[in-house]
Design a protein around this ligand. Structure first.
Ligand code: ARG
Length: 423
């Protein structure tokens, strides 16, 4: 029989998918559970997959690759989607896609499958990545195809001896990995309602967070965090500890209206303590080590990368080009940032860098000032020269509006005025 490699989470959807792929497509199912920092029960998941009918279940620890090739480069880039979302789920999808393709090759499979619905971004990220890496593999998305309701699914599971989780179903749909947790659905779909406390798992309610602030000192080398409070740590331990410390202070909750790739506006709630802290600290260190021009241009690159990651275009030459720029920009982003965590807030309160561009002699208003005050006069003269010339030639003679404050008033007789225009 031909084989399909299925991304398997152990949940109801993908467990039902194992049976459904056998029945509807006549395929042998090889299940692959990818751990990106979200799977404490790998063995239980493996057992369940076999019991449901997979011919093999692989458990793949991808945490180190996730950190090295996805989390840290996105941190260096400053990639945050729509100024809020640190992209935890979006970053993990291309990695999972790559791992699926690797197992498909190993197993000689002709197809890969994933449990995404037809409404989200994740299906796009999986399908585009798989198609890019392995155009010959067939892609099957059972949940997108089968048209079963939740109740249908439970009935199907019961008929096929698939264990249905007995615990009270969470009112939310969640996804998590080392870089963050996303919470959707239920009451959260009402954008006017504040997210209830039971939506959060990683972060303390800021109202109940410690009354004393906590401090973290994060050491970076070329834009990569390597130490915490004076201790050298690998990425796994460092992100884990920052998640824990920041979560305790209620830091990392995000609530925003997000523009999905598939055209839907959705209310998204996240908790990403480590991502929020590390992005804050990293950006602060860049302020010490990058010039104004570098920072301005890098922000454009950051937005471009965030968008392409969100939109499922990870495996592209455009991304590689931008990533090269980011890597090069991090040459001197080495130093330490101290952040204060307090009742849901994270603020940088100290920063130092080996090759800092912050020059105390230039900055000071006190002793030891080396800035040439007299040079400012000539600089200002030339800086303002074009405006002075224009004002004298065009604006001062006859343009009465030029000397008034505020935007010029619309001409009431302007026939181009819109339907709301007053007569
Ligand atoms: N809105 C986020 C994104 O598109 C989170 C998606 C969460 N995925 C999920 N299957 N629950 O990246």
């Amino acid at each position: 029989m031909e084989k399909v490699v299925l991304a398997y989470s152990g949940g109801l959807d993908t467990s039902v998918a194992i049976k459904w792929l056998q029945e509807s497509y006549g395929l042998d199912v090889v299940a692959v559970t990818v751990d990106v920092g979200n799977q404490p029960e790998l063995e239980a998941i493996q057992e369940k997959g076999l019991r449901v009918g997979a011919i093999k279940v692989y458990a793949h620890d991808a945490i180190d690759d996730f950190i090295r090739y996805f989390i840290f480069p996105s941190l260096q880039a400053g990639a945050i989607y729509e100024e809020r979302y640190p992209l935890a789920t979006a970053l993990a999808r291309p990695l999972i896609a790559k791992i699926l393709v690797d197992y498909a090759r190993l197993e000689g499979a002709t197809a890969v499958a994933h449990g995404c619905t037809g409404k989200g971004n994740d299906q796009v990220r999986f399908d585009v990545s798989i198609r890019t890496l392995a155009p010959d593999l067939k892609i099957i998305a059972p949940v997108r195809e089968w048209g079963m309701s939740r109740d249908d699914e439970i009935r199907y599971a019961e008929e096929h001896d698939i264990p249905v989780p007995v615990t009270v179903a969470s009112p939310y749909s969640t996804d998590e990995n080392l870089w963050g947790r996303s919470i959707e659905a239920g009451i959260l779909e009402d954008p006017w309602t504040e997210p209830p406390e039971d939506a959060f798992l990683w972060t303390t309610d800021p109202r109940r967070a410690p009354d004393e602030p906590g401090y973290l000192e994060i050491e970076f080398e070329r834009g990569i965090p390597i130490g915490l409070n004076g201790e050298m740590l690998d990425g796994r331990a460092l992100i884990g500890r920052v998640n824990e410390a920041a979560g305790r202070h209620g830091v990392g909750r995000i609530d925003h209206i997000e523009n999905r790739l598939v055209g839907i506006k959705s209310r998204e709630v996240y908790e990403c303590p480590a991502a929020v802290v590390l992005h804050t600290a990293h950006a602060e260190l860049e302020k010490m080590t990058l010039t104004k021009d570098q920072m301005r241009f890098k922000q454009l690159v950051a937005r471009e990368i965030a968008d392409l990651v969100y939109n499922g275009l990870w495996f592209s030459a455009h991304h590689q080009d931008l990533a090269s720029y980011v890597a090069s920009s991090q040459h001197y982003v080495t130093g330490t940032v101290r952040v204060r965590l307090f009742k849901g807030t994270c603020a940088a309160v100290g920063r130092r860098a080996e090759r800092s561009l912050y020059n105390p002699g230039l900055a000071t208003y006190g002793q030891g000032d080396i800035f040439d005050h007299k040079a400012a006069v000539g600089f200002i003269q030339l800086w303002g020269l074009p405006l002075q010339v224009q004002a004298e030639a065009q604006l001062l003679p006859g343009r009465t509006d030029f000397l008034r404050l505020g935007a010029p008033e619309a001409d009431p007789d302007d026939s181009a005025a819109g339907p709301g225009a007053r007569r």
